[in-house]
Design a protein around this ligand. Structure first.
Ligand code: 2IP
Ligand code: CA
Length: 399
């Protein structure tokens, strides 16, 4: 059984509890509200609360994994640093202490002595969480720990998280914005090859109880390792068939007889949107959150998530990429796809997770530089590309 993936599922649920607590507990919610007031940010507290919630979730994931798999924490990476300097010039490292009281005290330093909030946060951080999936529990697979690297995005779509809209109507099952677009992303890759092996997407806000106003979430996972491919949407193992069953689907299923659908960023380029409109007609959806858009592909709500800019990062894509691989799909570099040439081979340029971008600095070292396309079915992607590319051509020659 994959104990690492089981533990990642559990810690993702703990992270989801923290994300929900920050919106639902009065003392914490007040701090999120502070974030909304333009111009007042950072004045009252040493750190903005959004950053603290992000860092805390990241630390909870790291330290829970470390407790169970000592040494693994060295290979867990994310966007946030856990070091803060307060107004007095004191350096504070946010971490989980061994007791709830000690954690509350430490959090008090970054929250300017706000005891109520510090205690509420420490309580949820130290709460025990039991979470498992019977399919995973019955899977026999062992992956050597020292070959693994882990990308964590503690709260993807932070803007939607702070905004906190609860009344957005979905369009054909897809939420263009709102709390449903918030996800917690944990992706595990092979340090040597950069290939994504396991992924967890936790969606903390899926449905709200109209009476208690409490939110329920959902968790998705996938594992693709040495010919074993399993995932939470279609339980069951497919051994020795690393591409899953979708590749063998009938040509009418994967071909062009059914119209293509795509999900895109609200900031997508006009030229891409114009070409997509010719390929997908009305079946183009806009939604917030790189993690959420990928999840829509995982769920089969759309064929592809396509993004032409370089503003998603390894922590945004690794989790969904691993799940899609386990389903027979993947995530490829858009620019390289468009430049593919039969003479140099037609292999799909899958995104990799172990190497920095040459010549880049800061977060850009880990950007998905050439943009991306996430897909569930390779044949369907190929058919989609064969329509998209000629539709991009006239635009390319115009510029
Ligand atoms: C963001 C977030 C944004 C996304 C961007 C990510 O991560 O998912 O929504 O932009 O690419 O880096 P868009 O919604 O236009 O796809 P974070 O919220 O963690 O900064
Ligand atoms: Ca993100």
């Amino acid at each position: 059984m994959s104990e690492i993936l089981q533990e990642l599922l559990r810690v993702s649920e703990k992270a989801a509890n923290i994300a929900r607590a920050c919106r639902q507990q009065e003392a914490l919610f007040q701090l999120l509200i502070e974030e909304k007031k333009e111009g007042e940010r950072n004045k009252k507290f040493t750190v903005d609360f959004k950053t603290l919630a992000d860092v805390l979730v990241q630390e909870v994931i790291k330290q829970n994994m470390e407790n169970k798999f000592p040494g693994l924490e060295k290979n867990i990476f994310g966007e946030e640093s856990n070091e803060f300097t307060n107004d007095l010039g004191e350096k504070i490292t946010v971490r989980l202490c061994s007791t709830k009281e000690e954690t509350a005290e430490l959090l008090g330093k970054v929250l300017n002595g706000n005891q109520l909030a510090s205690e509420a946060l420490a309580k949820v951080v130290h709460q025990d969480v039991v979470f498992s999936d019977p399919t995973l529990d019955s899977t026999e697979i062992s992956i050597p720990q020292d070959t693994l690297g882990i990308w964590v995005d503690p709260i993807d779509s932070t803007y939607q998280y702070i905004k906190g809209s609860t009344d957005i109507q979905p369009n054909q099952g897809i939420f263009p914005s709102g709390l449903q677009c918030v996800t917690i992303l944990i992706g595990v890759y092979d340090k040597q090859t950069g290939v994504p092996l396991m992924g967890v997407i936790n969606q903390p806000f899926v449905s709200q109880d109209p009476n208690t106003l409490r939110w329920k979430g959902r968790c998705y996972w996938g594992l693709s390792y040495m010919g074993t491919n399993i995932h939470s949407l279609q339980p069951g193992i497919s051994k020795g068939n690393s591409r899953g069953t979708q590749e063998d689907s009938s040509s009418s299923e994967v071909g062009t007889s059914r119209p293509f659908s795509a999900i895109i960023s609200t900031s997508e380029k006009e030229s891409i949107k114009a070409a997509l409109a010719r390929v997908c007609g009305n079946s183009i959806f806009r939604a917030a959150g790189a993690g959420y858009k990928s999840l829509c592909v995982v769920q089969g709500l759309v064929d592809v998530y396509i993004f032409s800019e370089d503003t998603t990062f390894k922590w945004d894509s690794c989790a969904a990429h691993a799940i899609l691989r386990a389903m027979g799909g993947g995530m490829v570099d858009l620019k390289e796809c468009l430049e593919r040439n039969p003479e140099t081979g037609l292999d799909l340029p899958q995104l990799l997770y172990h190497m920095e971008n040459e010549g880049a600095t800061g977060v850009d070292r880990w950007a998905n530089r050439g943009g991306l396309i996430a897909y569930r079915c390779r044949k369907r992607l190929e058919a989609f590309l064969s329509l998209l590319i000629p539709n991009l051509e006239p635009l390319r020659t115009q510029t």
